[in-house]
Design a protein around this ligand. Sequence first.
Ligand SMILES: [Zn+2]
Length: 282
Amino acid sequence: MPFQNLLVPCLFVLCLIYSITPTQASPTLSVAVSIKPVHSLVAALMEGAGKPSLIVKGNRSPHNYSFRPSDARILNQADLIIWTGPALELFLKKPILALAKKSQTIMLVKKTNTDPHLWLSPILAAAIVDQVLPELIKIDPNQAGIYNSNADKLKNRLKALLVNGQKKLNQMKDIPFLVYHDAWSHFATAFGLNISGAISLKPERSPGAKRISEIRKLVMTSGTRCLFKEPQFDSPLVVTVLQGHDDVLILGLDPLGATLDPGPGLYFRLMEDNISAVASCG
Ligand SMILES: [Zn+2]
């Protein structure tokens, strides 16, 4: 949108915010984020100004998450809600629609036919930062300096993560490997990897006998060297898929940070762990 077209709505929103906000920054600015890695990026962006709340905690998966009354309370209190969208977080669709007029919401993935696991690419993680930053500043303009400075630092770290990851994974560019669910396309693009397939194409339910047989054929024909299981999903299935393929190494990847404590450091720890895990297949 051209700048002049943005100016009028922006000025309107700023006037509106000034008319309803006390002169001091509200200490109760409440931001809710759906999943750990995106929460971590937002926590880093808000560091020194506030702390966002997290909805999907522990080792739960957003694909089959059940919305709880405590989640409704978090959403009800939020000035800003950040979620990826219904492709990954169907459980949030209805509650967010019900709240639509009460809080600002940012839906990170608008297309339905794309891999919604954006954050697994540092390039797309920087795009998330760019998407969230102006909305934070709009709601909490008094802390714009903190948000801008945090965004610069965060984007520099993301650039370094990309460059270091690409170096570390250079040896993996021609080595095919399998992943548990279809979450790693942006990770593969960012780091130049060769994923031969995913066991589960519909993570909301366990793959059936037909899918398992397809994957067993793929393991045979693709020269797959490793299979990565994920902590949010069933591991016995990995053993079934690999029966008779003792040469395929079973390793772990985690798109969400099952065992990591939420906070600004989680994202980089998660990505570095995943980069190291894939590098260990080479
Ligand atoms: Zn997923």
